[in-house]
Write a protein that binds this ligand. Sequence first.
Ligand SMILES: Nc1ncnc2c1ncn2[C@@H]1O[C@H](COP(=O)(O)OP(=O)(O)O)[C@@H](O)[C@H]1O
Ligand SMILES: [Mg+2]
Length: 322
Amino acid sequence: MPVIETRGLRKSYGGLQALKGVTLTVERGQIYGLLGQNGAGKTTLIKILLGITKLTDGDARLLDAPAGTAAVRARVGYLPEDHQFPGYHSGYSLMDFYGQLYGVSRDDRRRKIPATLELVGIAGRMHSKIKTYSKGMKQRLGIAQALLHDPDVIFLDEPTDGVDPVGRKEIRALMAALKEKGHTIFLNSHLLGEVELICDRVAILQRGELVREGTTAELTAQKGVFEIGLAPGQTFPEAAAKALGYAVRPLNPAATLWEAGLGDGQSIDPLVRSLVEKGLSLRHLVEKKVTLEDVFMSVVEGAEPGTDRRDRKATAVGGGNR
Ligand SMILES: Nc1ncnc2c1ncn2[C@@H]1O[C@H](COP(=O)(O)OP(=O)(O)O)[C@@H](O)[C@H]1O
Ligand SMILES: [Mg+2]
């Protein structure tokens, strides 16, 4: 049974279509990353799943219940985007407050609050006021708050926003540890590297539409492009390679490094054999990989972060220009 399931999910705010028919499935134990520029609709999707916002059309299910079902919310943890915890609380007192809201017993709170703060790495400061915390510490506290009642699913909306690189790395490690413990994590982020490093599956949302979905490996699978280098002084046989059907071009002005693109169903082997037969020495052969950022840029080209997203052309699903 999937943990999260949406089908043809739509949300309009007046005339603005924030979600235009989003279908996705998240299985238990996954870290699922929803990627997209500001305004793409990521936060709206989480809010619908949690019942904070009502959907306009389509279906959204969480833990096998319609989105927003009260009983299910007790099994869910949520780190909202841009949260502001009252600065007069200490980390501990804030956790105690949320624990009461979640219905965690006094004994459990006494036991779990220090343990959870330990897990996120701020136990040493748990009795200091939140107003003295750094942004990274506040994010960790926010994650701790989302974990206190041991939820099945954790929604993290931009968990590393405003956190320095070291803090980001630690938060990623924390997410990996939570996954190990069997939690399902749904992560919203506009930070590509972030998502690539931690997520099992990724969806790219653009102006309310899912334009890509799959495992990171699937999305970044190389498209049959190789880098080739010969021994110093040797000349790459451009004409022969073209005659074999490869799309080749030099990668540097000295033409010591070449790129060979494969046609459909073509392998690199005939080219390698041909080089060897010509008495040339292969010194470098690397299959090029596409990064998630390449994929992202190819689908969001022309879209600028933070700009108003009035629709121009419809985006071809599964299209792209690579
Ligand atoms: N409560 C709201 N009322 C009107 N428009 C909204 C509201 N919440 C979000 N929007 C609009 O919906 C779109 C998607 O927003 P959001 O889900 O916050 O995107 P993201 O989280 O990907 O940055 C944006 O254009 C935003 O301005
Ligand atoms: Mg958002």
